[in-house]
Design a protein. Structure first.
Ligand code: COA
Length: 147
């Protein structure tokens, strides 16, 4: 297990975060999207840092009981080391402290690793959102967790 530090995301983290984002996703978030999350009072945004380098991140929103994990990724070289688990558990802990008891997210239908990942944390599939994604066009699987 790698000893990473999980902490708040700051504007100075954005270049490394966007770099990972662009290697992984076909429709990556922009610098502005991450900056908006950092400035959003109803957002939880965390990074995983190893030797001063950002190797993972997560963003989630909470508005009333509408809690949504928006984005989660780990640099491909550091996967299967428990980093996404640490990031997500930190988010779930903060949501719980804010009184939230339900959280949901979308994943691409073809993203089997993410589905397995969320299932291990107790998320279950609750719905399919038809043609939600582009590049390529694909259904979203909606997963939810009661905390
Ligand atoms: C999904 C993702 C975030 C998982 O990150 P990670 O740090 O490798 O996850 P963890 O090491 O915490 O994995 C915890 C468990 O999830 C499951 N899991 C994770 N990746 C898996 C894979 N590729 N295949 C099968 N199960 C997997 C396993 O049960 C794993 O436990 P184990 O390693 O003891 O078997 C990472 O693969 C990623 O960044 N993918 C691209 C971006 C993405 O799909 N984000 C989610 C949608 S927004």
């Amino acid at each position: 297990m790698i000893e990473v530090t999980i902490r708040q995301m700051y504007p100075t983290d954005i270049p490394e975060v966007v770099n990972i984002e662009r290697t992984i996703f076909t429709t990556p978030w922009s610098e502005t999207s991450f900056l908006q999350e950092i400035n959003n009072l109803y957002s939880i945004k965390k990074v995983a840092v190893l030797n001063n380098t950002t190797i993972g991140y997560v963003c989630a929103n909470h508005i009333l009981n509408e809690n949504h994990i928006l984005n989660l990724a780990v640099h491909p070289e550091f996967r299967r080391c428990g980093i996404a688990t640490k990031l997500t558990k930190e988010v779930l802990k903060e949501l719980k402290e804010k009184g939230c008891d339900f959280v949901y997210l979308e994943v691409r239908g073809s993203n089997l690793s993410a589905k397995k990942f969320y299932e291990k944390l107790g998320f279950v599939i609750v719905a399919i959102r038809k043609d939600y994604y582009t590049l390529p066009r694909e259904d979203a699987i909606i997963m939810a967790l009661e905390m």
